[in-house]
Design a protein around this ligand. Structure first.
Ligand code: OOG
Ligand code: NI
Length: 410
């Protein structure tokens, strides 16, 4: 509990929200706590052994840094969550279409995060947020779409009181400490795994299409799908987790390890496999039975310098082997974003976003089945401007944000 009478800012609310979700997820998924502990050990060792350990952010920032992933079913739910994150100074950045991935996942996504550098330095909490595309005929036929819409329209993920507090914070830029406590209680509870029984037959029908569709539309609530700490040496983390007997997915997603002094670029991620969690099911005859579902997992990530559009094109076409190996050359070739300090020193601008290929890999590595996609039907058109309309607020382009940050120092 905080002091009564002291106003709480969006920044403070965000830091407390990230910490509250971390505590919740640790209580739900104990292996997450192990991951956080091992990450802290790795980070302490890197800090002790490398002069440039804090090149991509202070140890304070990195230790508190988390990203979450959530999955929603309706445009109304997405617009509501935008208000909740907005209260915490987190704004939608980027448009990701996971339907284009292999295997295709029936969602489009954005990430809510702070956009200003001082806010990122203070607490960079970000949440990858996916929306089910219920009218994409490659996944859902007319009948299933109608049933899904009916099921989703009948549920309430976020109580009115939470949304009202969110709007108050966005309007006033502060809450009283009692209001902030209440906001955090309601917001955290909205992302807890619900003990409500899962309708076995309905869940199974959706699972035939896609286990992500079942995770979203098969239950009457949402939950954190994973919460990801940041680590300064992800190869070391991978080895230490494996040595502890935690079964990791078979690889680290994203660029290879930076060798020979080459700067780390973009984002590297890995995860442990989804764990079986006990859930109660309602059987077709109405009886209750216990069972389990494997959907939630633990992920960890390492971050490097943000690439420019030219750098990203080069990375996508040829990988990092085609890159020059120094900050000066990367900057001169306009491949990566650097700020220039007063003394002229180049400071890497850290990549704050996600990679669709890695995201698809993370989704795919934890799918329970292959699902089914009807390639003969047309997909529904979805793009950034559609998403911006749904959100009812600016959808930021990540490149514009990096560009502005660089330009401000030149
Ligand atoms: C989101 C997967 C994307 C990442 O780190 O790339 C993601 C999900 O599984 O809902 O979190
Ligand atoms: Ni993730």
């Amino acid at each position: 509990m905080s002091d009564v009478g002291v106003a709480v800012s969006p920044t403070a609310l965000r830091a407390r929200f990230a910490a509250a979700l971390s505590e919740l997820y640790g209580s739900e998924v104990p292996a997450y706590t192990t991951l956080v502990e091992v990450s802290a050990e790795v980070n302490a060792d890197v800090l002790a052994s490398r002069d440039d350990a804090e090149r991509f952010g202070s140890i304070g920032r990195v230790t508190a840094e988390r990203h979450g992933a959530i999955r929603l079913g309706t445009t109304d739910e997405l617009a509501q969550v935008a208000r909740i994150f907005g209260a915490c100074g987190m704004y939608p950045v980027g448009f990701y279409d996971l339907r284009e991935a292999t295997p295709a996942i029936p969602v489009v996504s954005t990430a809510f995060r702070p956009t200003a550098r001082p806010e990122l330095d203070e607490n960079p909490f970000r949440v990858f947020t996916s929306l089910l595309v219920v009218d994409d005929r490659r996944f859902f036929d007319e009948g299933l779409e109608a049933e899904l819409r009916e099921f989703l329209a009948a549920r309430t993920l976020f109580p009115d009181e939470l949304l009202e507090l969110a709007d108050l914070m966005e309007g006033e830029h502060e809450l009283t400490s009692a209001q902030a406590d209440r906001f955090l209680e309601l917001a955290t509870a909205a992302f807890a795994l619900s003990p409500e029984p899962v309708d076995r037959a309905w869940y199974a029908r959706l699972e035939e299409v896609s286990s992500v569709a079942a995770d979203i539309g098969g239950v009457a609530s949402t939950h954190i799908n994973h919460l990801t700490p940041r680590v300064l040496d992800i190869d070391d983390l991978y080895a230490r987790m494996s040595a502890r007997g935690v079964e990791m997915i078979d690889r680290i997603q994203g660029p290879p390890r930076a060798e020979g002094g080459r700067p780390d670029v973009l984002l590297r991620q890995t995860s442990f496999r989804a764990l079986a969690e006990p859930r109660t099911f309602r059987e077709p005859d109405g009886s209750l039975a216990s069972g389990d579902l494997r959907v939630r997992f633990g992920e960890v990530e390492a971050r490097g310098v943000a690439l420019t559009p030219a750098g990203r094109d080069l990375y996508d076409a040829q990988g990092v082997d085609a890159f020059p190996s120094t900050d000066v050359d990367l900057d001169a070739a306009d491949l990566a974003y650097y700020a220039r300090a007063g003394d002229g020193t180049l400071q890497p601008i850290v990549y704050e976003d996600f990679l669709p290929k890695s995201a698809a890999g993370i989704f795919a590595s934890n799918l329970t089945g292959d699902g089914s996609v009807d390639g003969t039907r047309e997909g529904t058109a979805r793009d950034a401007s559609w998403l911006q309309d749904v959100l009812g607020r600016t959808l930021h382009d990540p490149y514009d944000l990096y560009e502005a940050e660089r330009a401000a120092t030149r």
